[in-house]
Design a protein around this ligand. Structure first.
Ligand code: ADP
Ligand code: GN1
Ligand code: MG
Length: 361
């Protein structure tokens, strides 16, 4: 395997000699490998096999990434001293920014951001504040771009109406015979579905605009340096037109949860208000000036919406027989859905306080 991976890296324009290629990261969709090189001064790389069952138009997806990263680089120049780095794709020898191997797999290479790390669980309010600023800068720097010029990589990705439709279709078929074992979770969805239409309604009414958004703002998609400063936003596959409510909500889902995304002990799952406050403060410090009232007012609700939507996707994949997310054991998707729905309940209890925090900020 390593020999094959080395061959793939050798199709890209790199510096140094490859010393090792090791599996890396904890994502559910793509496969990532850290490529170490010698000498020390040469850059290391991150090789990724892009999941082409999910991302069916990889040239268009890559084009989105190039458009946005080039735009971000132009905004950060001349060296603005912000400490931010832009994730950079490496071209292949044939001049493209991805490679298709003979088996039909798609690969790409990024520079590894030296001395960086990500957090699956946020350890303190300083990290949350930094994370909020990082996505604030991302939205602020891309706010001048026309979202309509981007390809819609995964249509209706965060559209709850279409997610609920898929859920109902699969529930009707019950292809893996799992509905009976998930009756509480199914009831949880049905009790709330109508309230979730609020966000599509806000979009239709024009109160919430379509912008360039990241759409996978899981907290571990922010890289931090050793001093705890957020230095880079990664995982750019889902950059496409969206609303900042998706990005804010998903960051809170993962960045203000005391427990893991798939926490089996539900008593450990909770929405930490101080982490919420710190993230929101960082985000609004940067983004306040260009956000519309319809966006700011719905920031608290967006956390409920996105946590519900991701929980629903885990539940749907469980009922469907686990075809979408990588699982580590049978029932993993159901465990993820339970943890997400517990977090939805916690957010529901704390929404009045979350609203007060946003008003104060
Ligand atoms: P996935 O889609 O599978 O989540 P990511 O692109 O988020 O893949 O990468 C997985 C993990 O690998 C990240 O959470 C981060 O810790 C690390 N990582 C990815 N790209 C880089 C990079 N360019 N530099 C440093 N670390 C990275
Ligand atoms: C997937 O690739 P990764 O693990 O960062 C998913 C996100 C979900 C997330 C849940 C393309 O993200 O939408 O929020 O899992 N990405 C895709 O952990 O479906
Ligand atoms: Mg990721």
């Amino acid at each position: 395997m390593t020999g094959r991976l080395t061959d793939i890296v050798n199709h890209f324009i790199t510096e140094g000699d490859i010393v090792s290629v090791e599996p890396f990261g904890s994502g559910h969709i793509n496969d990532s490998y850290l490529v170490r090189t010698a000498p020390e001064a040469a850059p290391d790389y991150v090789l990724q096999r892009i999941n082409h069952n999910i991302f069916i138009n990889i040239p268009a997806l890559t084009n989105n990434i190039l458009k946005v990263t080039n735009h971000l680089e132009s905004k950060l120049e001349p060296s603005s001293g912000s400490g931010f780095e832009v994730l950079r794709l490496i071209p292949s020898i044939s001049g493209e920014y991805f490679l298709k191997d003979p088996e039909g797999n798609f690969w790409r290479l990024y520079y590894y951001i030296r001395g960086s790390r990500s957090y699956d669980i946020v350890e303190n309010t300083s990290l949350a504040h930094e994370g909020g600023k990082a996505f604030g800068h991302f939205h602020s720097m891309t706010s001048g771009m026309d979202a309509a010029t981007l390809f819609e990589v995964l249509p209706d990705f965060h559209n709850i109406e279409s997610r609920l439709k898929s859920f109902r279709d699969i529930l009707d078929l019950d292809p893996a015979n799992r509905a009976a074992g998930a009756s509480e979770e199914i009831a949880f969805v049905k009790e709330r579905e109508k309230e979730m239409y609020r966000i599509p309604d806000l979009i239709r009414s024009g109160k919430v605009p379509i912008r360039v958004t990241h759409n996978d703002t899981k907290f571990n998609n922010i890289l931090f340096n050793e001093a705890g400063r957020a230095i880079c936003i990664i995982d750019l596959d889902t950059i496409m037109p969206g609303t900042i409510l998706y990005d804010f909500g998903d960051a809170i889902r993962t960045g203000a949860n005391k427990g893991a995304e798939d926490e089996p002990d539900l008593s450990k799952v909770d929405l930490d208000l101080s982490l919420f406050e710190a993230y929101a403060r960082g985000y609004l410090e940067v983004a306040r000036d260009f956000l519309l009232p319809g966006e700011i007012d719905n920031l608290p609700f967006s956390a409920r919406y996105m946590t519900f939507l991701i929980g629903l996707r885990f539940l749907t994949d469980h009922l469907d027989g686990d075809h979408y997310y990588r699982i580590r054991f049978p029932g993993h998707n159901l465990q993820r859905a339970r943890a997400q729905f517990r977090l939805v309940s916690c957010i529901e209890k704390k929404l009045p306080e979350m609203e007060k925090i946003i008003e104060k900020l």
